[in-house]
Design a protein around this ligand. Structure first.
Ligand code: IMP
Ligand code: MG
Length: 202
């Protein structure tokens, strides 16, 4: 993966460390829902790898569903609303819903999703995230299952992207500053402006 690895300044969590932590999370979730058949709702696309590994570590019956919303990433200001790009397939009324996210940053995206899902009257709604970046939190959220706390740096890999790339890295790493600055650089050079205002949540 040379063409991807060279853009990473530091590996935060190796494939093995991620795998071990997810095994622990799977046990916690299995215990928490011992008397229920929860519906795990993944937020696309960032959750794809996490969801896949997590459910294999959960030993109780469960169902899965997915949703996609427009992300706040790249937007300086927000009024706290967003838009669904893909809604759930299932009705969640009366269900125990576990929202599965790859990362909670400001909390605005997940805050919006939880408000929206709550209106559909599930029996319960809990939040599971692999990564938590608490330094940037704007919306206070109770995180029920958390993989790792991370510093206020832009990370990629294991499902997380920068401009849609790096999702296939099997580890999580901090992206080099000069890679993140690429858009600014391109604009300065008069190249075609990259669309960074809105793109599907990852
Ligand atoms: P929010 O700020 O909590 O609403 O996070 C919005 C979305 O931004 C997340 O779901 C991720 O898709 C993305 N995001 C936030 N921080 C990072 C990061 O460090 N790497 C990759 N994506 C991120
Ligand atoms: Mg993204």
């Amino acid at each position: 993966m040379d063409r991807l690895d060279r853009d990473i300044v530091k590996v935060l969590f190796t494939q093995e460390v991620i795998k071990d932590r997810i095994a622990e999370m799977g046990k916690e979730i299995s215990d928490a829902y011992a008397d229920s058949v929860p519906l795990l709702v993944g937020v696309l696309k960032g959750c794809a790898l996490f969801m896949s590994d997590l459910i294999q570590q959960i030993s109780i019956p469960l169902e899965i569903d997915f949703m996609a919303v427009l992300s706040y990433e790249g937007r300086k200001q927000s009024n706290g609303t967003t838009r669904f790009l893909k809604d759930l397939d299932f009705v969640i009324e009366g269900r125990d819903v576990l929202l599965v996210e790859a990362i909670v940053d400001t909390g605005m995206t997940v805050g919006y999703i939880i408000r929206n899902l709550q209106a559909r009257q599930p029996r319960s709604i809990r939040l599971c995230t692999l990564l938590d970046k608490p330094a940037r939190r704007i919306i206070e959220l109770p995180i029920d299952f958390r993989g790792f706390d991370i510093p206020d740096r832009f990370v990629v890999g294991y499902g997380l992207d920068f401009n849609q790339l790096y999702r296939n890295l099997p580890y999580i790493g901090i992206l080099k500053d000069d890679v993140i600055g690429l858009n600014r650089q391109r604009k300065k050079n008069g190249e075609k402006k990259q669309k960074i205002q809105f793109y599907p949540l990852t």
